[in-house]
Ligand binder design. Structure first.
Ligand code: DC
Length: 221
């Protein structure tokens, strides 16, 4: 079974996706982490704005996920290095939309994402999972929340990690990413026609997960 979770930045998608995967014992794939890892690689090779150079080194990028045996959290590896924390920094967030709108980057990531389906039951979250990666997914959810609510959640998360950020800067980053993600020509963020809309603005994490798990149980064939 394939469950696709798409939606805006910082709307709680990944928490929902992880929760579903844990409850149903499915594999969880965070496709945003993949685009973030490519961005980090491009930053390190000084080619975020140099597509010609990035095209030459794109095949040197190897991404895989591992579960931390202690925390049980999924961690992203870039060419064997654990980059989980580095890819969550604001400097990466500020550039990831630029990199993820490049056609050859998306082509490579989509192929990799589709290859994960051979492992069986998966929950994948991103922007184009229900529209491009798995148009025939068994379940498609489109998660959203107001930009203010999302910025507050992201701000709280960064503060908790000890990153000193300014709320307006976080809000601006979210609004800018929404704009780039939904207006880019390559696989723009949009709700698939057959996706179920979940607005989490006024829902707790528990309520979101309970609601989706209930929906899946009710509609499973
Ligand atoms: O979900 P996230 O915030 O970690 O995603 C980071 C960026 O990657 C986001 O700005 C859009 C992009 N992305 C994408 O274009 N397609 C996906 N399937 C997942 C993420």
């Amino acid at each position: 079974m394939i469950i696709a979770i798409d939606g805006h930045s910082s709307c709680g998608k990944s928490t929902i996706a992880k929760g579903i995967a844990q409850s149903l014992n499915f594999v969880y794939i965070d496709t945003g982490a993949m685009y973030r890892a490519v961005t980090l690689y491009a930053m390190r090779h000084d080619c975020v704005s140099n597509q010609e150079k990035l095209a030459k080194i794109i095949n040197d990028i190897h991404i895989h996920f591992e579960i931390n045996p202690h925390t049980k959290a999924q961690q992203t590896f870039l060419n064997g290095e654990n980059v989980e924390d580095k890819i969550r920094a604001l400097e990466v967030a500020n550039l990831v939309s630029e990199v993820s709108k490049i056609a050859f980057v998306r082509k490579k990531m989509v192929a990799l994402q589709q290859s994960y389906a051979v492992h069986g039951n998966i929950v994948m979250d991103g922007r184009d999972i229900g529209t491009v990666v798995f148009p025939n997914a068994d379940f498609k959810f489109f998660v959203t929340a107001s930009a203010q609510v999302r910025a507050q959640r992201r701000y709280d998360e960064l503060q908790a990690k000890g990153e000193h950020v300014n709320f307006d800067e976080v809000l601006q980053n979210i609004e800018q990413r929404d704009f780039i993600d939904s207006t880019r020509s390559e696989s723009p963020l949009r709700q698939a026609e057959d996706a179920v809309l979940v607005d989490t603005s006024n829902m707790t994490r528990e309520e979101q997960l309970t609601w989706i798990l209930h929906y899946i149980a009710q509609h499973k064939k």
